[in-house]
Design a binder for this molecule. Structure first.
Ligand SMILES: NC(=O)c1ccc[n+]([C@@H]2O[C@H](COP(=O)([O-])OP(=O)(O)OC[C@H]3O[C@@H](n4cnc5c(N)ncnc54)[C@H](OP(=O)(O)O)[C@@H]3O)[C@@H](O)[C@H]2O)c1
Length: 265
């Protein structure tokens, strides 16, 4: 299967690398010659011609910034007819995408940076005119990049704010725990590794071990022990409040950008 990845930035490169590794025939498009050379150096087939790439493809990933989506779809519209278009662009709605490429089969997705290591939560919303078979083809491809979950598009702003931004939120926690380790006398590399492994481990306890966060807390805390002393300190800070406010602000921003993009269309 031929897949065109339009936009070879952070996300486009990760999509292209992982799909190429999985055996798909990939062509990436980029505008800047310096970036083209970088992508070629890592073994990807690259062109600056979006139309050519779209014409040769069975499936087209749109990996440009939200502000560039309109221009790209206007450019490749004819070459993308009857083909599946998977957009990863934040805040760009299905209706906007469908208006720009009415004869294509469109799927809006929201991955996160963890698709670099094929561990992204990938929310996806297919356009209602897609067949079950088209959706299955897209899901098989998305599965190479992480865990696809079909969601109602009305949740996409909240998912962008929670899932799309989550690597940044969790990186902040990893950094805070690293400082905590440094303060406790551990070296930086060891502290960071401990923090990162604890995140993976806790995630797996939830997803694979079926534990809830409160069960995990109860399993670690012993009476008069070490963890309760640490938790007592954390209780003095509004951590849940901080995350709720962060996701609320990010959701509002996503809604704002989305309506801005729609009004420009
Ligand atoms: N980064 C994330 O964590 C994340 C998470 C979820 C979703 N997304 C979505 O993924 C998309 C890409 O994000 P990113 O972080 O990968 O951005 P990025 O690194 O800026 O990548 C976009 C790439 O597209 C290229 N480009 C722009 N216009 C083009 C055109 N007409 N034809 C071909 N290539 C073109 C850009 O080249 P120039 O630099 O020369 O302009 C750039 O290399 C965005 O829509 C974003 O909302 C990102």
């Amino acid at each position: 299967m031929n897949i065109a990845v339009i936009g070879g930035g952070v996300i486009g490169e990760a999509v292209a690398r992982n799909l190429a590794k999985a055996g798909y025939n990939i062509i990436v498009t980029e505008k800047r010659s310096e970036r083209i050379r970088e992508l070629e150096r890592i073994g990807l087939r690259v062109t600056s011609n979006n139309r050519l790439a779209a014409r040769q493809a069975d499936i087209i990933f749109i990996c440009v910034k939200p502000k560039d989506v309109k221009g790209v779809l206007e450019e490749i519209r004819e070459d993308a007819e009857n083909k599946i278009i998977i957009s990863v662009a934040a805040a760009v709605s299905l209706s906007f995408l469908r208006k720009l490429a009415p004869k294509s089969k469109i799927i809006r997705t929201m991955p996160n940076l963890a698709l670099i290591v094929s561990e992204s939560f990938i929310a996806y919303s297919p356009s209602p005119d897609l067949s079950q078979e088209d959706v299955e083809v897209a899901v098989k491809i998305l599965s190479v990049l992480g865990k696809p979950y079909m969601i109602d598009e009305s949740h996409m702003d909240a998912i962008t704010a929670l899932s799309g931004c989550a690597p940044a939120y969790l990186a902040l926690i990893a950094e805070a725990l690293t400082y905590a380790g440094l303060y406790a006398g551990l070296d930086r590399e060891l502290s960071l590794k401990i923090a990162a492994q604890a995140m993976i481990g806790t995630g797996k306890l939830i997803l694979e071990g079926g534990k809830t966060p409160s069960q995990i807390r109860d399993m670690v805390v012993t009476p008069g022990g070490v963890t309760i002393s640490g938790l007592l300190e954390l209780e003095g800070f509004p951590i849940r409040h901080a995350f709720i406010k962060a996701v609320k602000a990010a959701t509002e921003k996503s809604i704002e950008i989305s309506s801005q993009i729609s009004s420009e269309g």
